[in-house]
Design a binder for this molecule. Structure first.
Ligand SMILES: Cc1cc2nc3c(=O)[nH]c(=O)nc-3n(C[C@H](O)[C@H](O)[C@H](O)COP(=O)(O)O)c2cc1C
Length: 216
């Protein structure tokens, strides 16, 4: 077997907290807001970092990290290049799954649902709040496309620096926000002996949320 014995021996018992039906909010967005506030208060390094999984229409999955930039009762928003690998996949098959792992709190949140583009006005609002270098980066990078070498990227940066030297850097039309509109949100709290707490909110047709405890 290729697995190093030391890897196989790595394990941690989770004992920090529990998650009980009596203490959660019936609205999963309010529950998420509470957990996110606790992740912020705990000063985790990047509490808004999340994995997003997408898939081709015939079901070939891919996943990567992105940063949550906004959330409300409409859903969970991140920003990216619409022409990127994920952008194309989510255009062809607008279904995604998100995962947060807040290790220091022994908590996982899983979200899944349909994906839509946020409005151009919302994308503008966030884009123009970014530092100039990040705005330029959105022009420089043909995200997910092969490039010959690092120098090519640096050369493109110089070109765009020159082009926008004396003007505001506009938002590229291929760059903006995507919103995951959840139909399922699961809150996972690590517990001892792998008997974790899992509470799953499922959105019903009438818009209400049904909460179930899942076996760990
Ligand atoms: C912590 C972290 C945060 C990231 N945030 C973003 C993000 O918000 N948007 C984005 O497009 N890429 C982000 N990336 C880069 C992506 O993980 C990925 O490399 C890139 O989006 C290309 O993915 P794709 O080829 O599957 O489209 C982030 C990476 C890390 C490690």
């Amino acid at each position: 077997m290729m697995m190093d014995k030391n890897i196989a021996d790595l394990r941690k018992d989770y004992t920090l907290q529990d998650l009980h039906e009596s203490e959660i909010d019936p609205n999963p967005f309010i529950q998420f807001k509470a957990w996110f506030a606790q992740a912020l208060a705990a000063q985790l390094p990047e509490p808004n970092a999340m994995t997003i999984a997408s898939a081709t229409p015939d079901g070939k999955p891919s996943a990567r990290m992105v940063l949550l930039k906004d959330f409300d009762e409409r859903g969970f928003v991140f920003f990216t290049n619409y022409n990127s690998h994920k952008g194309q996949e989510l255009a062809a098959n607008p279904q995604a799954a998100l995962v947060f792992w807040w290790a220091e709190l022994e908590r996982q949140v899983r979200i899944s649902g349909r994906v839509e583009q946020v409005s151009a006005a919302d994308s503008d609002q966030y884009f123009y709040s970014r530092p100039a270098n990040s705005r330029l980066g959105a022009w420089v990078s043909n995200q997910s496309e092969a490039i010959a070498n690092r120098e090519e990227l640096e050369r493109r940066l110089q070109e765009f620096q020159h082009q926008y030297a004396n003007q505001e850097i506009p938002r590229p039309p291929h760059w903006g926000g995507l919103r995951v509109i959840p139909t399922e949100i699961e809150f996972w709290q690590g517990r001892s002996s792998r008997l974790h707490d899992r509470l799953l909110y499922r959105r019903l047709d009438d818009g209400s949320w049904k909460i179930e405890r899942l076996s760990p």
